[in-house]
Design a protein around this ligand. Structure first.
Ligand SMILES: C[S@@+](CC[C@H](N)C(=O)[O-])C[C@H]1O[C@@H](n2cnc3c(N)ncnc32)[C@H](O)[C@@H]1O
Length: 242
């Protein structure tokens, strides 16, 4: 297992914010993710939709401390795990080491700056990470993933997927999030105010709808694009490169 040079402090404001935020939250995400039944369902749905094979080389974008990577590693030849937070990568590699997993590498870099040889990857997965990308960067990444994949390769994205209230499913998800927080009293009201900034002003969380991800995949050239809603707010969208 290797770990490339430390991530620089980014001059790009979005990347610098994500890096700071996730470095602060790395330990608590690592601690809590396995106890979050919704997240575990989405991780499992990503693994199922990926249909990994033992001879395949996979990349996990926004890998966190290994929620998808570590299970995927047992089903493929190798996983390259990418995260903007070096602390997340460190935690992932510690977990891999403790579990005797030897086919995982970690790289602390933003997914926006990734580059691989065309046709050099079999499987690109991502879970609960790409809603942090700016909207303009999402289709660019999907197009790049298409280039990295060899024919027969798949891109599988699990994430919170809803728009800003344009349809009834969006409104239902936003209302259920608000109700959940409002029930927590003043602490929840503070979270509502913070989340209004994060979601509505789109400076931290920028989810888009299932249909938007499907369109990005089709526009990039993916075939057989399909989606599965897994929990209220989250779905998995997958495309195949023929
Ligand atoms: C909500 S966590 C999800 C982690 C893990 N994939 C999981 O399923 O639990 C989001 C992760 O995306 C990473 N991230 C956010 N923006 C990123 C970017 N631009 N490039 C790479 N990683 C990013 C964060 O550091 C964090 O580890």
């Amino acid at each position: 297992m290797t770990h490339t040079a430390p991530t620089p402090i980014h001059t790009d404001r979005n990347l610098a914010r994500q890096q700071r935020f996730w470095t602060r939250r790395a330990a608590s995400w690592d601690h809590g993710a396995g106890n979050n039944p919704g997240l575990v369902k989405v991780v499992n749905a990503v693994l199922a939709e990926a249909e990994p094979r033992p001879d395949e080389h996979a990349v996990d974008l926004g890998c966190g401390s290994g929620q998808v990577t570590l299970s995927l590693a047992g089903k493929v030849a190798s996983v390259l795990a990418i995260d903007i937070s070096e602390k997340m990568i460190r935690l992932l590699l510690e977990h891999a080491g403790a579990a005797g997993v030897t086919n995982v590498d970690g790289r602390a870099t933003p997914v926006e700056e990734l580059d691989f040889e065309p046709g050099s990857v079999d499987l690109v997965v991502s879970n609960y990470a790409l809603h942090h990308l700016r909207d303009a960067d999402k289709p660019v990444l999907v197009r790049r993933a298409y280039q990295w994949l060899r024919p027969g390769g798949r891109l599988v994205i699990g994430d919170m997927m809803f728009g800003r209230g344009g349809d009834s499913r969006d409104r239902e998800i936003i209302a259920s999030k608000l109700t959940h927080l409002a029930r927590k009293g003043p602490a929840g009201w503070w979270r509502i105010a913070k989340n209004a900034g994060r979601y509505l002003l789109r400076f931290q969380e920028r989810p888009v709808s299932i249909a938007a991800w499907e369109k990005m995949m089709r526009d990039a050239g993916f075939d057989d694009v399909r989606s599965t809603q897994v929990v209220n707010e989250a779905a998995v969208v997958r495309g195949l490169k023929r």
